[in-house]
Design a protein around this ligand. Structure first.
Ligand SMILES: Cc1cc2nc3c(=O)[nH]c(=O)nc-3n(C[C@H](O)[C@H](O)[C@H](O)COP(=O)(O)OP(=O)(O)OC[C@H]3O[C@@H](n4cnc5c(N)ncnc54)[C@H](O)[C@@H]3O)c2cc1C
Length: 333
């Protein structure tokens, strides 16, 4: 039986963008959530950061409420690798016994968290969309059964409680008075890897850009019926550096991979500009994009619910409007 009382503090795994070496915004969303939970559970927040030149992020951590920073800095850890990051987190968890660990629901978080949970024989809730606390437990909420219900999941018998959390859902909250975090330097020897990373290069194709990370998202719905219009939309996205998104029926048709589905059972986006073509605006879709800064929609039905949400709406046929938009962009360029 786990001695639950010996576990304390809410940890956040801070993820660094592997290409730009910037802090992923979701790390600060998680830290804000951890701060709130730590207040409710009467404990501290801690950030675990693994990489190189991590100190440049410490001010951000203090603005968003870190009480402790576990800093693991070494040139061998510049790039993510499962074995090394896992061995570090496993050792730190054994040593400091956190009550809960929050990971971003990114490729790295999804790779690392299950491995750790499995080795520690504790539970893991994947893809949470809300976090709260009840009776000293972390309540991890996520859509279940294809998004038909919201499930609240607790792990009352094991520690740490572990969750991966979707980006762009939880608010980032800057404190009025930044914390003065205790910095704990930890040192690890890298396990030699058989894989040697020689060069990293970002693939900027719209189909590859992740909608949850892009400043501009162009989404298509069932109203985009022919392949020609779809390829023109892809061209527009390429010219604007936009990521492509889609509604569930479009994803089910196989036009784009599942990780481009926006909505309740897909990803949540919060871009500066969200452009929708032939999307009706069903609730299951709009919960995934309604926090975008600017929403522009094209739909042939002037009563489509998406028009209640967007700042700019164009009533018309995508097949006529899309080529005109592309022409206009080409003229500007
Ligand atoms: C449990 C559950 C979870 C779900 N999760 C998701 C989710 O995560 N994401 C998601 O997107 N959906 C999800 N759905 C599905 C959702 O309910 C809607 O069915 C879906 O979002 C509708 O997609 P759509 O807007 O592409 O299609 P439709 O609702 O069919 O709308 C098509 C629109 O295109 C317009 N149109 C047609 N032709 C043209 C044209 N030539 N020019 C311009 N406009 C045109 C029409 O006027 C219409 O408004 C979920 C459903 C359930 C039950």
């Amino acid at each position: 039986m786990t001695d639950l009382k010996s576990y304390k503090n809410i940890w956040v795994f801070a993820e660094i963008d592997q290409i730009n070496k910037t802090l992923k915004s979701v790390s600060l969303e998680l830290l804000s959530a951890a701060k709130k939970l730590a207040g409710e559970l009467n404990c501290k927040t801690a950030v675990v950061i693994i990489g190189q030149e991590n100190k440049k992020f410490f001010d951000e951590f203090s603005k968003y409420g870190a009480d402790i920073i576990y800093n693991i800095e070494d040139v061998s850890f510049t790039h993510y690798d499962t074995q090394n990051y896992f061995q570090i987190l496993f050792a730190l968890t054994k040593k400091y016994k956190p009550e809960a660990i929050l990971f971003p629901s990114t490729y790295i978080g999804r790779d690392l968290a299950p491995r750790l949970a499995s080795r520690l024989s504790c539970g893991l809730t994947a893809d949470c969309t809300a976090l709260s606390s009840k009776d000293a437990n972390l309540v991890q909420s996520r859509p279940a059964f294809g998004g038909n219900i919201m499930a609240d999941i607790i792990c009352p018998n094991t520690r740490p409680q572990m969750a991966t959390v979707r980006a762009n859902i939880l608010p980032k909250i800057i404190l009025d008075i930044p914390t003065k975090p205790q910095i704990i330097e930890e040192h690890f020897k890298a396990i030699p890897s058989k894989v040697r990373l020689i060069k990293t290069k970002e693939d900027k194709r719209s189909e590859i850009l992740k909608p949850e990370e892009a400043d501009i998202v162009i989404s298509i719905g069932r109203g985009v019926k022919n392949k020609e219009t779809f390829s023109l939309i892809k061209e527009i996205a390429g010219k604007l550096g936009a990521a492509l998104g889609a509604t569930r029926p479009v994803i089910e048709e196989g036009l784009l991979p599942k990780n481009h589905q926006i909505g309740q059972s897909g990803v949540t986006v919060k871009p500066k500009i969200y452009i929708s073509f032939g999307i009706s605006g069903a609730l299951q879709h709009t919960v995934g994009m309604n926090n975008s800064d600017l929403i522009i929609s094209v739909n042939k039905d002037d009563k489509a619910p998406i028009f209640n949400l967007c700042q700019y709406g164009f009533v018309g046929d995508v097949e006529q409007i899309v080529p005109k938009i592309l022409q206009a962009i080409n003229k500007l360029k």
